[in-house]
Design a protein around this ligand. Structure first.
Ligand SMILES: *[C@@H]1O[C@H](CO)[C@@H](O)[C@H](O)[C@H]1NC(C)=O
Ligand SMILES: *[C@@H]1O[C@H](CO)[C@@H](O)[C@H](O)[C@H]1NC(C)=O
Ligand SMILES: *[C@@H]1O[C@H](CO)[C@@H](O)[C@H](O)[C@H]1NC(C)=O
Length: 329
């Protein structure tokens, strides 16, 4: 874990830094991994350091445990399923993680559903072929979800009702790369607000790309911003926002780089929060917009994987930012 010394952030702070509001900080050792917005505006937070899902009020900062996954050590991505007869239902991935290497254990991951407010948790299907269930995106009709497997570098599709899964996309641009310290391929997945695209990040290759929907058979991908734009950043999960002219902006977490970066509709990349030696968004793992399109939520692991300045770790936290209405280009 000493390789960070050689990583440096060459991106300049071209944009005014966003002002953070820490809504809730959990104890040290808590690795917040992903989040989903509830219809009430409350937030579901998944932990990978424990098999737990918490519901948090972004107004009061009060949170409570609303779901646990049986027989596993941690939870990855989470997403709400639409059109479930008015019920509030979320799909999430859960499995085991090696505490020594902070890596998922392939073959131990399964897709589950969480029903709220009943807090009923049910397993949909084991996905033994997958290395992990990381980013999750529900397809618009609510029957299937896509998940990113950073170990195999593939996107899988799960049919929730049939309880089956298969490979949806398996492309070179989803694979990890051997010549970087972070051995993770496709990581974050988000459906665009208009439901026409599935966006993804590839951590090792520092790519933001997308696939068109609907796209069964052989999805064809586009690269939105490439490694040269990101200058070797570690790209984790991200939030998307539709721009007034129909373009898409992304806010991407960079986990051990401790920054949040903005990708404009034209593909320009700038740092907007944090810094390599800062705790602002230390170990940030995922981001999501509130329904107002102005409030951006970020979750962190507090530097648990790579301590800030080599030694500093804080509790994972939930941070809110108010972002400008439009691209500041
Ligand atoms: C996860 O690890 C625990 C503890 O080693 C073990 O009991 C459990 O069976 C594992 N779960 C899976 C799905 O392999
Ligand atoms: C990390 O080190 C830098 C340079 O010495 C220092 O400015 C910064 O405050 C340190 N970060 C923390 C969180 O202490
Ligand atoms: C965005 O990228 C374009 C093309 O590379 C460049 O001309 C422009 O100055 C960039 N804008 C900002 C705000 O960096």
């Amino acid at each position: 874990m000493r390789f960070l010394v050689s990583l440096s952030l060459a991106l300049s702070l071209a944009c005014a830094a966003l002002t953070p509001r820490v809504v809730k900080q959990f104890p040290v050792g808590t690795w917040l991994e992903n989040l989903a917005i509830r219809p009430s505006g409350d937030i579901l937070l998944t932990l990978i350091s424990a098999p737990e899902i918490h519901s948090l009020s972004p107004v009061t900062g009060h949170s409570s445990l609303v779901g646990t996954a049986p027989g596993v050590q941690g939870i990855g991505g989470i997403t709400q399923l639409s059109s479930w007869g008015g019920e509030e239902v979320y799909a999430f991935g859960a499995g085991n993680v090696s505490l020594e290497t902070a890596r998922p254990i392939p073959g131990t991951w399964s897709l589950f559903l969480l029903h709220l407010p009943s807090q009923k948790v049910e397993k949909v299907v084991d996905v033994p072929l997958a290395g992990m269930i990381n980013g999750l995106a529900a397809l618009p009709h609510g029957r299937s979800v896509l998940f990113a497997d950073p170990e195999n570098g593939a996107i899988y599709i799960v049919d929730i009702h049939a309880r089956t899964y298969g490979v949806w996309a398996d492309d070179d641009d989803l694979k990890m790369s051997d010549d970087v310290p972070f051995k993770l391929g496709v990581n974050g997945l988000r459906l665009s607000p208009d439901g026409r695209w599935v966006y993804f990040t590839n951590t090792a290759r520092a790519l933001l790309g997308r696939f068109p929907l609907p796209s069964y058979g052989v999805p064809k991908l586009d690269i939105v911003a490439a490694a040269a734009d990101f200058d070797g950043l570690h790209l984790d999960d991200f939030a998307l926002r539709e721009h007034h002219d129909g373009g898409i902006e992304a806010y991407i977490t960079t986990n051990p780089f401790n920054t949040l970066v903005h990708v404009s509709t034209r593909g320009n990349v700038t740092d907007v929060a944090g810094g390599s030696g800062e705790l602002t968004v230390a170990g940030c793992t995922a981001a999501l917009f509130a329904r107002d399109g102005r409030t951006l939520y970020v979750v962190t692991n507090g530097g648990l994987e790579i301590p800030v300045n080599g030694t500093i770790v804080e509790g994972g936290k939930f941070v809110a930012f108010t972002v400008p209405k439009t691209d500041s280009e």
